[in-house]
Design a protein around this ligand. Structure first.
Ligand SMILES: [Zn+2]
Length: 269
């Protein structure tokens, strides 16, 4: 094969040093924002090789009807699992629901919103990470050694942290734990008032959960007594009731206002 003329070699070398000689500049990519922990990474496109010949025109992507809202930016920080917690959970369920309900799993049907009464997500997580309930909480300690817990914590900036799978039993609302997802907002009604970011995060989480589970009710913990006569309510000890003020009517009204187009917007009768 004859050698190419020197001038062509020089041009080829020049082109190799500067890819922009023959090609338009590649678009500048937007900075990559790290996805949150629970979000699946987007698929990576394979590098595109130049086709020797133009192929058939690409088909237009099919229209997609979005049946469920897109995944929420969730952070997963699960409570430690232990045989002790499993055993205490089974004991609690057998005692309060009957022997037939002693498993670890639930079918989420209600969402109960709460507030923790403190200002720190880390402190709340550590509190819920214990297997056994705090001895100083006499009423609930006398009703079983299983610690209280929840499925989600919502920080004051609206960050949603999942601490248990939704289908795992958690002790957070008397009589409804066997079918309730618990959402604990970091804050209280006075020193750490719940924030607008938390209102928005709660509403988004409710939409997310309702699209994935057969949720029929959304309540604040303070509204639980409205369900004492509901078929959902299951508590064998007629004296085991508590009155809770969290998260309060103003917070629930604000969350429901953001769910005005959603079936769960109406408070329980
Ligand atoms: Zn509560």
């Amino acid at each position: 094969m004859p050698s190419p003329p020197r001038r062509l070699v020089a041009l080829l070398l020049l082109a190799a040093c500067d890819a922009r000689v023959d090609e338009p500049s590649p678009p500048i990519e937007a900075p990559v924002i790290a996805p949150s922990l629970a979000e699946p990474s987007p698929p990576i496109d394979p590098p595109r090789l130049a086709d020797p010949e133009p192929g058939p025109p690409a088909a237009a992507p099919p229209l997609q009807v979005q049946a469920t809202p897109p995944p929420l930016p969730l952070v997963e920080r699960l409570l430690p699992a232990s045989d002790e917690r499993d055993r205490l959970t089974r004991d609690y369920r057998a005692r309060h629901e009957g022997d037939g309900a002693a498993g670890l799993e639930i079918t989420p049907t209600i969402i109960v919103l709460h507030h923790t009464g403190g200002g720190s997500l880390d402190a709340a997580w550590r509190y819920f990470a214990r297997d056994r309930v705090e001895a100083g909480r006499k009423t609930i300690a006398s009703a079983g050694a299983l610690n209280v817990a929840a499925h989600y914590l919502i920080d004051r900036d609206g960050t949603i942290v999942q601490i248990l799978p939704e289908t795992r039993f958690a002790r957070h609302c008397i009589g409804l734990n066997h079918l309730a997802i618990g959402v604990e907002n970091i804050g209280d009604g006075a020193k750490f008032p719940l924030t607008e970011a938390q209102v928005a995060a709660n509403a988004a989480l409710v939409r997310h959960l309702a699209a994935r589970y057969p949720i029929t009710h959304l309540i604040g913990h303070h509204e639980a007594p409205r369900l004492y006569d509901h078929p959902y309510f299951l508590e064998r000890d007629p004296k085991y009731r508590t009155r809770k003020g969290d998260p309060g009517p103003a917070f629930m009204a604000a969350v429901r206002a953001r769910l005005a187009d959603h079936p769960l917007a109406a408070p329980p009768p």
